[in-house]
Design a protein around this ligand. Structure first.
Ligand code: DX5
Ligand code: ZN
Length: 224
């Protein structure tokens, strides 16, 4: 069984004290830190860049899962690799040669991830998977751009299809993940859970992560 991992999204942290937010994730038992990078073109919002990743890399030894919501990720992967990203995720919808960009991410010494948006059929990513270019699949369960949106359950069928074809793949789900939605997501085969709002708004992040992990582990076992 792939390991269940909880990845807080620091998009939901207090931007006035990002360092404290990252330390809180680490002290609360997070497995990785998810960093949302937005260019204001691929998505309507603008967020963090390589400097934020470099800062996170100084503050924590946890792996950094860097989600590039960029129209032209190929122009920025080198900067994000140098900043200390462990996994760099690009979107299948990006304006780039996706296979070539995934290869370059690995050449830069990082794990390569592919992300699929809610309106995109999951079949779109299977060529890259068949060619063995992908270490992590990220299924969006909200339209990217903002934290705090409602979970779109259609993502579950995509997760299940990837899990059916690739039993050992790392499959992340991102958007609207909380103690309720983590259950069906895990039951369909997700093993990595990105959660921003639900973890940062929790009265005690340590308890919230432990509960999320336990619920996910139990639900994963019952896989639909
Ligand atoms: C959305 C981002 C998500 C977001 C998740 O564009 O990719 O990672 O931060 O936030 P919540 O958990 O609040 O939906
Ligand atoms: Zn994300």
């Amino acid at each position: 069984m792939p390991t269940i991992e909880i990845m807080p999204s620091i998009l939901a942290a207090d931007m006035g004290n990002l360092e404290a937010g990252i330390r809180l994730c680490e002290q609360s038992g997070a497995d990785q830190i998810h960093v949302d990078v937005m260019d204001g073109v691929f998505v309507p919002n603008i967020s963090m860049g390589p400097a934020a990743v470099a800062m996170a890399n100084r503050v924590t030894d946890l792996p950094l899962d860097v989600h590039l919501m960029l129209l032209r990720p190929q122009e920025h992967i080198e900067a994000f690799a140098k900043a200390g990203s462990d996994t760099i995720l690009i979107h299948i919808e990006a304006d780039c040669d996706v296979e070539d960009t995934l290869k370059k991410i690995r050449e830069l010494g990082c794990k390569a991830g592919i992300t699929v948006n809610p309106p995109t059929p999951v079949d779109a990513i299977f060529n890259c998977l068949e060619d063995g270019l992908v270490d992590e699949v990220l299924v969006m369960s909200v339209n990217p751009g903002f934290g705090g949106q409602s979970y779109i359950a259609d993502a579950e069928a995509k997760v299940a299809e990837v899990r059916r074809r690739y039993p050992d793949m790392l499959i992340a789900i991102d958007g609207g993940i909380d103690l309720e939605t983590v259950e069906p997501a895990a039951a369909h085969g997700a093993n990595l859970f990105v959660a921003g709002t639900s973890l940062f708004k929790a009265p005690d992040m340590k308890i919230a992560i432990a509960q999320m992990r336990k619920t996910a582990e139990q639900a994963y076992e019952t896989q639909l």
